[in-house]
Design a protein around this ligand. Structure first.
Ligand code: GLA
Length: 351
């Protein structure tokens, strides 16, 4: 593990880069936003490739309200309709940042916070954050941690939350992956398998789910058998047209509370295979539809569909949708959520 000063953010705070290593894996994270800055994994020739999109400077991550590259998103990932939630009979107003709606908890996201480094070792680091009562509008003093840990298989991200009043706890990691290496072009030829027999259709281009949980059968959303991400992405089908590609929540098949398989993705050129597992019930599959000429790391310029996100989460707008499992964190109950991004290329055995 190495630690170095990265620079200062817009508030003049000094921020660090922490690099974790284990076997041929290397992850760099920061106490600014508990963000994942790079993730290097071995390809079929055992050459390390950085498989996440990102930026070079702390200032870019601090102002990252559009792409959320690598961000730890909280308290609530994804959208809340009309920027309000009702908890224990009381309505709390959040800050709108996408029309009337609240995306990724509004303009004061956890990606702008300086987290405390609570524990660190060669292959793991735990960041802690205190989010006071009415932070972003939510009730409850919330203590949360995020742990990044490299293992023999890849990267595990574990979240814990503890609040002194009932609140919302729905964190995610917003990394954009390109398994051929960041900055290497389109991801449309990656093969994706999604362990989801249903998804939550959106009502219109504002992307709030209708509340229906619909079968993927016979639609472009069917990734039960692996297929190229781009196979149906341009189909003249309403749901894809509304979002300009994939930007939808899928309902993960599995047993609630278990670390269930979510997805398996193969880089077409690198031989890198990523499997995703999570204890969360949903995953937002997003194909970077809104990215245009975005200046990234190491001179890369990113375009639409040059990365994909698999944001594990409670379903969007679940606090206002009775059919969706609630992301309510009960007072004084310590909750642990976990998502793993594991890599098993040709060079290191089969999945
Ligand atoms: C999520 C949303 C997308 C987009 C990105 C951030 O994935 O679903 O619509 O807003 O965040 O760019």
């Amino acid at each position: 593990m190495t630690t170095k000063v990265w620079g200062t953010d817009d508030l003049g705070r000094s921020v660090e880069l922490v690099t974790l290593q284990h076997n041929l894996f290397e992850a760099t994270v920061s106490d600014l936003g508990a963000v994942l800055v790079s993730l290097k994994v071995p390809d079929k020739g055992n050459r390390q490739r950085d498989v996440v999109l990102g930026y070079d400077t702390a200032a870019q991550y601090f102002n990252n309200y559009e792409t959320y590259f690598g961000a730890t998103v909280g308290r609530n990932a994804n959208r809340i309709e009309n920027s309000q939630v009702t908890i224990d009979g009381k309505t709390y107003l959040l800050e709108a940042n996408e029309g009337q709606n609240c995306l990724h908890s509004g303009p004061n996201g956890y990606h702008t916070r300086r987290w405390e480094v609570k524990e660190k070792s060669a292959s793991a680091v735990t960041f802690a954050l205190f989010s006071p009562r009415l932070d972003q509008g939510f009730p409850g003093n919330l203590e949360l941690t995020v742990t990044y840990k490299l293992t023999d298989e890849g990267l595990e991200i574990t979240y814990t939350g503890l609040s002194d009043a009932d609140t919302v706890f729905n964190p995610t990691n917003h990394s954009y992956f390109n398994l051929n290496g960041q900055g290497s072009g389109t991801i449309t030829h990656h093969r994706l398998q999604l362990n989801a027999s249903s998804f939550t259709p959106i009502a219109d281009e504002k992307s709030i789910p209708t509340g229906e949980i619909r079968s993927v059968k016979g639609t472009p959303m069917d990734f039960i058998q692996p297929k190229e991400i781009g196979e149906a992405i341009n189909d003249p089908w309403e749901q894809l047209q509304l979002a300009k590609g994939y930007d939808h929540n899928f309902a993960i098949d599995g047993v609630r509370g278990h670390l269930n398989p979510v997805a398996r993705v193969e880089g077409d050129e690198s031989g890198i295979v990523m499997t995703v597992l999570s204890t969360l019930p949903g995953v937002q599959f997003y194909t970077a539809n809104f990215i245009q000429d975005e200046k990234g790391k190491d001179g890369a310029i990113y375009h639409s569909r040059e990365g994909f996100c698999l944001e594990t989460q409670y379903f969007p707008n679940a606090m206002n949708t009775s059919a969706f499992e609630s992301p309510l964190l009960e007072k004084d109950v310590l909750t642990t959520l976990k998502t793993a991004y594991l890599f098993k290329g040709e060079s290191h055995g089969n999945v």
